[in-house]
Design a protein around this ligand. Structure first.
Ligand SMILES: [Fe+2]
Length: 217
């Protein structure tokens, strides 16, 4: 039988064209630079919820999921404070932290985050792992960041949140895959994770596309 991590990899690959379409639309818009800065503001809003959502998930797990709880405790430490990296990058691009923190998240960003509260509280807390998978499996690479910096005239120093993720996330996805294959055997849990991976990738694609469309004349 195909392992859960391989099934997730297949879903992720099948949705790559959708994400690529949204990113291309953003990078090819006439004012791609300010579009990308707007994306970083949205990113701040959703990265800020990484740790609170993991804490909520951990609190809602039952005893049979102690390995998932251990994984979450470790991963909360790994992801703590990453919203501050995004804030610092945006400050280097001329936006004050106060301005970013007070900015209104887009409807698509609220859907991305809000769907996870619904997943965890109303559907299945284990399903939240599909959200983590979506983010960890689609981290930028060093090469894509350098290209982005050159194409949009953004200093590499202002892309530190992306650079740090490019470095850390290949290890994070390996740890996640191993935990999923070792600790998530329940069929229903697996189906929720797959469902949430697909939903999250679609939400992310919508978010990027909405930023692109708003920055078009
Ligand atoms: Fe990560």
């Amino acid at each position: 039988m195909t392992s859960l991590s391989l099934q997730l990899d297949e879903i992720n690959l099948s949705l790559k064209p959708l994400l690529t379409y949204s990113w291309t639309r953003l990078f090819e818009s006439p004012d791609a630079r300010s579009g990308f800065v707007s994306y970083l503001c949205e990113m701040y809003h959703y990265v800020k919820f990484s740790c609170p959502l993991m804490e909520l998930t951990r609190a809602r797990l039952d005893d049979r999921n102690s390995e998932v709880a251990r994984y979450l405790s470790h991963h909360i430490e790994e992801e703590a404070g990453h919203d501050d990296w995004v804030l610092a990058d945006l400050e280097r691009l001329g936006l004050s932290p106060d301005e970013v923190q007070r900015s209104r998240p887009s409807r698509e960003t609220i859907s991305l985050i809000g769907s996870q509260f619904y997943m965890i509280n109303e559907l299945n807390p284990i399903g939240y792992l599909g959200y983590i998978y979506a983010l960890e499996a689609n981290a930028p690479t060093d090469e894509s960041i350098r290209k982005l910096s050159a194409q949009l005239d953004l200093p590499l120093a202002a892309l530190s949140a992306l650079t740090e993720h490019a470095e850390a996330d290949p290890g994070h996805i390996r740890d996640l895959n191993q935990m999923l294959d070792d600790a998530v055997a329940n069929q229903e849990d697996q189906e929720w994770i797959k469902y949430n991976l697909q939903m999250t990738l679609e939400n992310l694609s919508d978010l990027v596309l909405s930023v692109a469309v708003r920055s078009e004349p």
